[in-house]
Design a protein around this ligand. Structure first.
Ligand SMILES: NC(=O)C1=CN([C@@H]2O[C@H](COP(=O)(O)OP(=O)(O)OC[C@H]3O[C@@H](n4cnc5c(N)ncnc54)[C@H](O)[C@@H]3O)[C@@H](O)[C@H]2O)C=CC1
Ligand SMILES: O=C(O)[C@@H]1CCC=N1
Length: 275
Protein backbone atom coordinates (compact mmCIF):
# COMPACT_ATOMS: atom_id res chain seq x y z
CA UNK A 1 0.00 0.00 0.00
CA UNK A 2 1.43 3.31 -1.03
CA UNK A 3 1.75 6.21 1.32
CA UNK A 4 1.43 8.76 -1.41
CA UNK A 5 -2.38 8.74 -1.58
CA UNK A 6 -3.01 11.73 -3.80
CA UNK A 7 0.05 13.43 -2.31
CA UNK A 8 -0.23 17.17 -1.97
CA UNK A 9 -3.80 17.15 -3.19
CA UNK A 10 -6.42 18.44 -0.80
CA UNK A 11 -9.07 15.85 -0.04
CA UNK A 12 -12.35 16.64 1.71
CA UNK A 13 -14.74 14.16 3.30
CA UNK A 14 -18.28 15.46 3.27
CA UNK A 15 -20.46 13.87 5.96
CA UNK A 16 -17.86 12.09 8.04
CA UNK A 17 -19.79 9.26 9.72
CA UNK A 18 -18.79 5.60 10.09
CA UNK A 19 -17.36 4.92 6.64
CA UNK A 20 -16.06 8.49 6.19
CA UNK A 21 -14.09 8.27 9.43
CA UNK A 22 -12.80 4.80 8.55
CA UNK A 23 -11.52 6.13 5.22
CA UNK A 24 -10.11 9.27 6.79
CA UNK A 25 -8.18 7.33 9.44
CA UNK A 26 -6.81 4.94 6.81
CA UNK A 27 -5.63 7.75 4.59
CA UNK A 28 -3.78 9.38 7.48
CA UNK A 29 -2.25 6.02 8.48
CA UNK A 30 -1.04 5.71 4.90
CA UNK A 31 0.89 8.94 5.31
CA UNK A 32 -1.48 11.61 4.03
CA UNK A 33 -0.70 14.94 5.69
CA UNK A 34 -3.62 15.99 7.95
CA UNK A 35 -3.04 19.55 6.68
CA UNK A 36 -4.25 18.31 3.28
CA UNK A 37 -7.44 16.76 4.64
CA UNK A 38 -10.69 18.54 5.38
CA UNK A 39 -13.86 17.13 6.89
CA UNK A 40 -17.40 18.36 7.18
CA UNK A 41 -19.98 17.16 9.67
CA UNK A 42 -23.58 18.05 10.41
CA UNK A 43 -23.18 18.30 14.18
CA UNK A 44 -20.61 20.72 15.70
CA UNK A 45 -19.70 18.17 18.45
CA UNK A 46 -18.87 15.62 15.78
CA UNK A 47 -16.74 18.16 13.90
CA UNK A 48 -14.83 18.99 17.10
CA UNK A 49 -14.31 15.29 17.82
CA UNK A 50 -12.84 14.67 14.34
CA UNK A 51 -10.56 17.71 14.54
CA UNK A 52 -9.24 16.65 17.97
CA UNK A 53 -8.79 13.00 17.00
CA UNK A 54 -7.10 13.49 13.62
CA UNK A 55 -5.81 17.05 13.46
CA UNK A 56 -7.65 17.67 10.19
CA UNK A 57 -9.40 20.89 9.24
CA UNK A 58 -13.13 21.21 9.78
CA UNK A 59 -15.03 23.37 7.31
CA UNK A 60 -18.54 23.81 5.95
CA UNK A 61 -19.65 21.91 2.87
CA UNK A 62 -19.43 24.92 0.54
CA UNK A 63 -15.95 25.81 1.78
CA UNK A 64 -14.79 22.21 1.31
CA UNK A 65 -16.00 22.37 -2.28
CA UNK A 66 -13.91 25.49 -2.86
CA UNK A 67 -10.75 24.31 -1.08
CA UNK A 68 -10.39 20.64 -1.96
CA UNK A 69 -9.27 19.07 -5.25
CA UNK A 70 -11.10 15.83 -4.44
CA UNK A 71 -14.46 15.71 -2.67
CA UNK A 72 -15.46 12.39 -1.16
CA UNK A 73 -19.19 12.35 -0.50
CA UNK A 74 -20.03 9.97 2.33
CA UNK A 75 -23.53 10.90 3.48
CA UNK A 76 -26.40 8.42 3.33
CA UNK A 77 -28.05 8.07 -0.07
CA UNK A 78 -31.18 9.65 1.45
CA UNK A 79 -29.18 12.78 2.39
CA UNK A 80 -27.35 13.13 -0.92
CA UNK A 81 -30.05 15.34 -2.54
CA UNK A 82 -29.84 17.95 0.24
CA UNK A 83 -26.04 17.86 0.19
CA UNK A 84 -25.91 18.32 -3.59
CA UNK A 85 -28.38 21.21 -3.44
CA UNK A 86 -25.98 22.94 -1.06
CA UNK A 87 -22.76 21.93 -2.81
CA UNK A 88 -23.37 22.02 -6.51
CA UNK A 89 -23.10 25.82 -7.00
CA UNK A 90 -19.64 25.76 -5.34
CA UNK A 91 -18.03 22.89 -7.24
CA UNK A 92 -15.85 23.87 -10.19
CA UNK A 93 -15.69 21.30 -12.98
CA UNK A 94 -11.94 20.84 -12.33
CA UNK A 95 -12.75 19.13 -9.03
CA UNK A 96 -13.06 15.38 -8.74
CA UNK A 97 -16.26 14.23 -7.03
CA UNK A 98 -16.15 10.76 -5.53
CA UNK A 99 -19.35 9.28 -4.13
CA UNK A 100 -19.26 6.32 -1.77
CA UNK A 101 -23.05 6.17 -1.48
CA UNK A 102 -24.81 2.91 -2.17
CA UNK A 103 -27.04 2.86 -5.21
CA UNK A 104 -26.71 6.38 -6.60
CA UNK A 105 -25.37 6.33 -10.16
CA UNK A 106 -22.76 8.77 -11.46
CA UNK A 107 -25.37 10.17 -13.87
CA UNK A 108 -27.46 11.37 -10.92
CA UNK A 109 -24.53 13.54 -9.78
CA UNK A 110 -23.63 14.67 -13.29
CA UNK A 111 -27.17 15.97 -13.76
CA UNK A 112 -26.76 18.19 -10.68
CA UNK A 113 -23.16 19.39 -11.20
CA UNK A 114 -21.61 21.83 -13.66
CA UNK A 115 -21.27 20.25 -17.12
CA UNK A 116 -18.11 18.19 -17.44
CA UNK A 117 -17.51 17.65 -13.71
CA UNK A 118 -15.79 14.28 -13.26
CA UNK A 119 -17.60 11.85 -10.96
CA UNK A 120 -16.30 8.51 -9.71
CA UNK A 121 -18.52 6.05 -7.86
CA UNK A 122 -16.81 3.90 -5.24
CA UNK A 123 -18.17 1.17 -3.00
CA UNK A 124 -15.71 0.63 -0.13
CA UNK A 125 -16.26 -1.49 2.98
CA UNK A 126 -15.47 -1.03 6.68
CA UNK A 127 -12.29 -3.17 6.72
CA UNK A 128 -10.62 -0.03 5.31
CA UNK A 129 -10.21 0.58 9.06
CA UNK A 130 -7.56 -2.17 9.16
CA UNK A 131 -6.16 -1.54 5.66
CA UNK A 132 -8.01 -4.62 4.34
CA UNK A 133 -10.78 -2.79 2.52
CA UNK A 134 -12.32 -3.86 -0.76
CA UNK A 135 -13.30 -0.88 -2.89
CA UNK A 136 -15.02 -1.14 -6.25
CA UNK A 137 -14.50 1.84 -8.54
CA UNK A 138 -16.46 3.02 -11.61
CA UNK A 139 -16.06 6.21 -13.58
CA UNK A 140 -18.87 8.44 -14.80
CA UNK A 141 -19.02 9.90 -18.29
CA UNK A 142 -16.56 12.74 -17.57
CA UNK A 143 -14.10 10.70 -15.49
CA UNK A 144 -10.79 10.40 -17.34
CA UNK A 145 -8.08 7.84 -16.67
CA UNK A 146 -6.29 10.32 -14.36
CA UNK A 147 -9.44 10.69 -12.21
CA UNK A 148 -9.84 6.93 -11.88
CA UNK A 149 -6.18 6.64 -10.95
CA UNK A 150 -6.58 9.34 -8.31
CA UNK A 151 -9.53 7.46 -6.81
CA UNK A 152 -7.63 4.17 -6.96
CA UNK A 153 -4.66 5.71 -5.22
CA UNK A 154 -6.86 6.89 -2.36
CA UNK A 155 -8.69 3.60 -1.89
CA UNK A 156 -5.61 1.40 -2.48
CA UNK A 157 -4.01 3.08 0.49
CA UNK A 158 -6.59 1.29 2.68
CA UNK A 159 -6.89 -2.09 0.96
CA UNK A 160 -7.65 -3.49 -2.46
CA UNK A 161 -9.35 -1.53 -5.23
CA UNK A 162 -10.94 -2.98 -8.32
CA UNK A 163 -12.38 -1.18 -11.34
CA UNK A 164 -15.70 -2.55 -12.56
CA UNK A 165 -18.30 -1.27 -15.01
CA UNK A 166 -20.89 0.83 -13.22
CA UNK A 167 -23.57 -1.70 -14.23
CA UNK A 168 -21.97 -4.09 -11.69
CA UNK A 169 -21.90 -1.64 -8.77
CA UNK A 170 -25.21 -2.74 -7.23
CA UNK A 171 -24.00 -6.36 -7.22
CA UNK A 172 -20.64 -5.33 -5.78
CA UNK A 173 -22.45 -3.39 -3.07
CA UNK A 174 -24.34 -6.56 -2.13
CA UNK A 175 -21.15 -8.64 -2.07
CA UNK A 176 -18.31 -6.56 -0.70
CA UNK A 177 -19.96 -3.33 0.50
CA UNK A 178 -22.34 -5.18 2.80
CA UNK A 179 -20.20 -8.34 2.92
CA UNK A 180 -18.44 -7.78 6.25
CA UNK A 181 -21.84 -7.66 7.98
CA UNK A 182 -22.68 -11.20 6.83
CA UNK A 183 -19.46 -12.53 8.36
CA UNK A 184 -20.13 -10.71 11.64
CA UNK A 185 -23.64 -12.15 11.61
CA UNK A 186 -22.20 -15.66 11.16
CA UNK A 187 -19.68 -15.17 13.97
CA UNK A 188 -22.47 -13.92 16.25
CA UNK A 189 -24.68 -16.93 15.44
CA UNK A 190 -21.82 -19.43 15.79
CA UNK A 191 -20.82 -17.92 19.13
CA UNK A 192 -24.42 -18.46 20.29
CA UNK A 193 -24.09 -22.05 19.13
CA UNK A 194 -21.01 -22.37 21.35
CA UNK A 195 -23.10 -21.16 24.31
CA UNK A 196 -25.71 -23.78 23.42
CA UNK A 197 -22.97 -26.41 23.56
CA UNK A 198 -21.98 -25.22 27.03
CA UNK A 199 -18.89 -23.10 26.36
CA UNK A 200 -18.31 -19.77 28.10
CA UNK A 201 -19.15 -16.87 25.76
CA UNK A 202 -15.60 -15.53 25.59
CA UNK A 203 -14.18 -18.97 24.80
CA UNK A 204 -16.79 -19.51 22.07
CA UNK A 205 -16.02 -16.06 20.64
CA UNK A 206 -12.25 -16.65 20.61
CA UNK A 207 -12.58 -20.09 18.97
CA UNK A 208 -14.81 -18.77 16.23
CA UNK A 209 -12.90 -15.56 15.54
CA UNK A 210 -9.56 -17.35 15.20
CA UNK A 211 -11.21 -19.98 12.97
CA UNK A 212 -12.61 -17.17 10.81
CA UNK A 213 -9.19 -15.51 10.56
CA UNK A 214 -7.47 -18.80 9.74
CA UNK A 215 -10.06 -19.68 7.11
CA UNK A 216 -9.84 -16.19 5.56
CA UNK A 217 -6.06 -16.27 5.29
CA UNK A 218 -6.21 -19.75 3.71
CA UNK A 219 -8.83 -18.54 1.23
CA UNK A 220 -6.65 -15.59 0.29
CA UNK A 221 -3.23 -17.22 0.30
CA UNK A 222 -3.64 -20.88 -0.65
CA UNK A 223 -5.01 -20.32 -4.14
CA UNK A 224 -7.35 -23.27 -3.50
CA UNK A 225 -11.04 -23.29 -4.39
CA UNK A 226 -13.27 -22.98 -1.28
CA UNK A 227 -14.84 -26.36 -2.09
CA UNK A 228 -11.40 -28.01 -1.81
CA UNK A 229 -10.68 -26.23 1.44
CA UNK A 230 -14.04 -27.35 2.87
CA UNK A 231 -13.53 -30.91 1.68
CA UNK A 232 -10.21 -31.02 3.52
CA UNK A 233 -12.11 -30.33 6.76
CA UNK A 234 -14.89 -32.81 6.02
CA UNK A 235 -13.86 -36.30 7.17
CA UNK A 236 -15.90 -39.34 6.11
CA UNK A 237 -18.67 -40.05 8.65
CA UNK A 238 -17.21 -37.21 10.72
CA UNK A 239 -18.42 -34.13 12.55
CA UNK A 240 -18.27 -31.57 9.74
CA UNK A 241 -20.54 -33.46 7.36
CA UNK A 242 -23.11 -33.79 10.17
CA UNK A 243 -23.12 -29.99 10.43
CA UNK A 244 -23.15 -29.44 6.65
CA UNK A 245 -26.24 -31.66 6.33
CA UNK A 246 -28.05 -29.37 8.79
CA UNK A 247 -26.91 -26.24 6.91
CA UNK A 248 -28.27 -27.72 3.67
CA UNK A 249 -31.49 -28.91 5.40
CA UNK A 250 -32.08 -25.36 6.61
CA UNK A 251 -31.48 -23.85 3.19
CA UNK A 252 -28.50 -21.70 4.20
CA UNK A 253 -27.13 -21.65 0.64
CA UNK A 254 -30.52 -20.59 -0.76
CA UNK A 255 -30.85 -18.01 2.02
CA UNK A 256 -27.53 -16.46 1.01
CA UNK A 257 -28.57 -16.32 -2.65
CA UNK A 258 -31.80 -14.55 -1.66
CA UNK A 259 -30.06 -12.28 0.85
CA UNK A 260 -27.53 -10.94 -1.63
CA UNK A 261 -30.22 -10.53 -4.27
CA UNK A 262 -32.21 -8.46 -1.74
CA UNK A 263 -29.15 -6.29 -1.03
CA UNK A 264 -28.60 -5.78 -4.78
CA UNK A 265 -32.28 -4.83 -5.19
CA UNK A 266 -32.11 -2.39 -2.27
CA UNK A 267 -29.06 -0.75 -3.84
CA UNK A 268 -31.06 -0.30 -7.05
CA UNK A 269 -33.92 1.24 -5.06
CA UNK A 270 -31.53 3.79 -3.60
CA UNK A 271 -30.62 4.98 -7.11
CA UNK A 272 -32.53 8.22 -6.74
CA UNK A 273 -31.57 8.75 -3.08
CA UNK A 274 -34.78 6.79 -2.23
CA UNK A 275 -36.11 6.25 1.29
N1 LIG B 1 -21.15 1.77 6.53
C1 LIG B 1 -20.65 1.05 5.52
O1 LIG B 1 -20.17 -0.09 5.70
C2 LIG B 1 -20.63 1.60 4.13
C3 LIG B 1 -21.32 2.75 3.80
N2 LIG B 1 -21.28 3.23 2.52
C4 LIG B 1 -22.00 4.44 2.15
O2 LIG B 1 -21.43 5.50 2.88
C5 LIG B 1 -22.41 6.47 3.17
C6 LIG B 1 -22.37 6.78 4.67
O3 LIG B 1 -22.69 5.62 5.40
P1 LIG B 1 -22.34 5.52 6.95
O4 LIG B 1 -20.98 6.07 7.18
O5 LIG B 1 -22.64 4.13 7.33
O6 LIG B 1 -23.45 6.53 7.54
P2 LIG B 1 -23.35 7.51 8.78
O7 LIG B 1 -24.75 7.88 9.11
O8 LIG B 1 -22.48 6.93 9.84
O9 LIG B 1 -22.58 8.78 8.20
C7 LIG B 1 -23.17 9.78 7.45
C8 LIG B 1 -22.79 11.11 8.08
O10 LIG B 1 -23.17 12.16 7.21
C9 LIG B 1 -23.55 13.26 8.01
N3 LIG B 1 -24.33 14.16 7.16
C10 LIG B 1 -25.55 13.96 6.61
N4 LIG B 1 -25.92 15.02 5.87
C11 LIG B 1 -24.90 15.91 5.94
C12 LIG B 1 -24.67 17.19 5.39
N5 LIG B 1 -25.57 17.78 4.59
N6 LIG B 1 -23.50 17.81 5.66
C13 LIG B 1 -22.57 17.22 6.44
N7 LIG B 1 -22.73 16.02 7.01
C14 LIG B 1 -23.88 15.37 6.76
C15 LIG B 1 -24.33 12.62 9.14
O11 LIG B 1 -24.44 13.49 10.25
C16 LIG B 1 -23.46 11.39 9.42
O12 LIG B 1 -22.46 11.66 10.37
C17 LIG B 1 -23.74 5.91 2.70
O13 LIG B 1 -24.06 6.54 1.48
C18 LIG B 1 -23.47 4.44 2.50
O14 LIG B 1 -24.25 3.91 1.43
C19 LIG B 1 -20.52 2.63 1.56
C20 LIG B 1 -19.82 1.51 1.84
C21 LIG B 1 -19.84 0.87 3.13
O1 LIG C 1 -25.98 -0.89 4.36
C1 LIG C 1 -25.70 -0.01 3.55
O2 LIG C 1 -26.60 0.54 2.88
C2 LIG C 1 -24.26 0.43 3.35
C3 LIG C 1 -23.84 0.26 1.92
C4 LIG C 1 -22.91 -0.91 1.92
C5 LIG C 1 -22.67 -1.18 3.33
N1 LIG C 1 -23.38 -0.42 4.10
Amino acid sequence: MTSSAAHGQKIAFLGTGKIGEALLSGLLRAGKDPADVLVTARRPERAAELAARYGVGVVGNAEAAKLADTLILVVKPQDMGTLLDELAPHIDPDRLVISAAAGIPTGWFEARLAPGTPVVRVMPNTPVLVDEGMSVISGGSHAAEAHLERAEEIFRSVGKALRLPESQQDAATALSGSGPAYFYFLVEAMTDAGILLGLPRQVAHDLIVQSAIGASVMLRDSGEHPVKLREAVTSPAGTTIAAIRELENHGVRAALLSALEAARDRSRELASGGK
